[in-house]
Design a protein around this ligand. Structure first.
Ligand code: AMP
Length: 501
């Protein structure tokens, strides 16, 4: 039954007429049609209700990426539940925090973890789902019939996604049916996705990027997805000649660039390469264009806001920027309570139907970041150029304050990255007895024989004010990154904490 407010009803209704078309194809298993996807989702919904799930109940899920896991997501929301996906890398003690905080009715985990999870799951029912889509959940799904989505309003919760939590405890971002539906429809139209598209889906599905941006947009547009369990250059390159779009994190692009099979011919059928979740280096953008003839479209968002800005589909995609606020999204850059002038840096705030409902059971934290008039303080530092293109300068908490002066890491990183022989860099602040914090640059060389700390220091000496120049430059083999390709500055700050002790 069609319910205009219900996310899954809307996704389902968008797929009408596509029932016998493939939704997902895989390198090594039979494809799944749109009809089969939703029939499976209905069976999951029925199974979850049989397990006791009531509207508003959380269903916590830590499983490998499978189409059954997508059906579990759809089924949970169909049943009126709140989908709570967890990074497969989380350890059992980490999962214990999330289960304690979110008190789910049902937990779905890998069979290998069943005993450990049962020990920490409190009153929740625990069922299993493995990397092949099998387990006790699947057993209880088999044989169930159709399911009518439990009515939900646009403000009702569809999901809670815990933020990666680089400071303090991880917070559960509450996302409503309205948040998710409005953002996916905006993206579908802005990026011009239609049922003629074939999207390479290699992102994890415990994160907003792979779960909502990629999956919901594909479902709303009737797109077929090449469903890969993770990043695999062979599989992506093999799929590319028949595909039209790829959504990736910047590391997808840097890794694919290392492969000689990436050629204009291989990318000839593609119409769109999208990057987000971490900054794409200007260099990567330029190399990609030189190698494939395509300009990567970079967009920006976060768990709490879904997607907020994007480079244009038509018009100039400006490297090093995340483009303009999406239709229906307002953005402003604020410093000390005032909007800054173009070209100046401040904290980016956004408002719109995309912005979440607050942090789960953290009213104070919510009030600090989500203001009463709807403006959400992203915590990202940004500036806007004369034409309105927004550049993300980094997280506010990564700002270095040395001797009372502010240093924006990105300014120093960009200069270092531009030097010949440098691949990339991360600039951090570490404790310093005189300056409070000292600027430190961690650098990865592309040509180690041609670059050294002294050469970098010399090159920066007449380009940056003295207080911005790194007090130490460390050359390393690679930067620590999480699964979404984000450089882990917190880990670097910890590693180099004693540099000036
Ligand atoms: P998450 O909630 O895990 O999606 O992380 C959101 C954060 O990733 C944002 O607050 C930004 O700091 C960062 N981010 C996402 N997209 C971009 C982008 N295109 N450029 C720079 N940073 C980004």
């Amino acid at each position: 039954m069609y319910d205009a407010n219900h996310l899954i009803s809307r996704l389902h209704s968008a797929s009408k007429g596509h029932e016998t078309r493939n939704f997902a194809t895989f390198p090594a298993r039979a494809s799944v049609t749109f009809g089969e996807l939703f029939a499976g989702a209905e069976r999951n919904a029925a199974a979850l209700v049989a397990l006791g799930v009531q509207p508003g109940d959380r269903v916590a899920v830590q499983v490998e990426k499978t189409i059954e896991a997508i059906q579990l997501y759809l089924g949970t929301v169909m049943a009126g539940g709140v989908f709570l996906p967890l990074n497969t890398a989380y350890t059992v003690p980490e999962v214990a925090y999330f289960l304690g905080d979110a008190t789910p009715r049902v937990v779905v985990c890998d069979p290998a973890r069943l005993e450990d999870i049962q020990a920490i799951s409190g009153a929740a029912r625990v069922v299993t789902l493995d990397a092949k889509g099998l387990g006790t959940l699947t057993d209880s799904v088999v044989g169930r019939g159709g399911f009518t989505p439990v009515p939900r309003g646009p403000d009702d919760l569809a999901a809670i996604l815990y933020t990666s939590g680089t400071t303090g405890r991880s917070k559960g971002a509450m996302l409503s049916h309205g948040n998710l539906a409005s953002n996916s429809l905006t993206l579908r139209d802005y990026w011009q996705f239609t049922s003629a598209d074939v999207l390479i889906h290699a992102l994890p599905i415990f994160h907003t990027h792979g779960l909502f941006v990629a999956t919901n947009v594909a479902l709303f547009a009737g797109v077929r997805v090449v469903f890969l369990s993770g990043f695999n250059a062979d599989q992506i390159l093999e799929a590319m000649p028949q595909a039209t779009a790829l959504m990736g994190v910047p590391t997808f692009y840097t890794r694919l660039l290392q492969d000689p099979r990436l050629t204009p011919e291989r990318a000839a059928n593609m119409r769109l390469f999208i990057s987000g979740s971490a900054p794409l280096l200007v260099d990567t953008h330029e190399q990609w264009q030189a190698r494939t003839g395509h300009r990567i479209l970079e967009r920006y968002g976060m768990t709490e806001t879904n997607m907020s800005t994007s480079n244009p589909y038509e018009g100039e995609r400006r490297a090093g920027t995340v483009g303009f606020p999406l239709p229906g999204v307002e953005a402003r850059i604020v410093d000390q309570g005032h909007e800054v002038a173009r070209g100046e840096t401040g904290v980016l705030e956004v408002r719109g139907a995309n912005v979440f409902r607050g942090y789960w059971q953290m009213p104070e934290k919510t009030a600090e970041e989500l203001q009463a008039d709807g403006w959400f303080i992203t915590g990202d530092l940004a500036r806007q150029d004369a034409e309105g293109y927004i550049t993300i300068v980094g997280r506010q908490k990564d700002l270095v304050i040395t001797g009372g002066f502010n240093v924006y890491p990105k300014e120093v990183e960009s200069l270092i990255d531009d030097l010949p022989g440098v691949l990339e860099s991360a600039v951090i602040g570490v404790p310093h007895p005189d300056f409070g914090e000292a600027v430190v640059a961690i650098v990865v060389a592309s040509e180690p024989q041609n670059i050294s700390a002294d050469k970098i220091a010399e090159a920066l000496s007449d380009q940056l004010a003295k207080f911005k120049q790194p007090k130490r430059i460390e050359l390393v083999a690679e930067l620590p990154r999480n699964t979404m390709g984000k450089v882990q500055k917190k880990a670097l700050r910890e590693e180099y904490a004693d540099l000036f002790a």
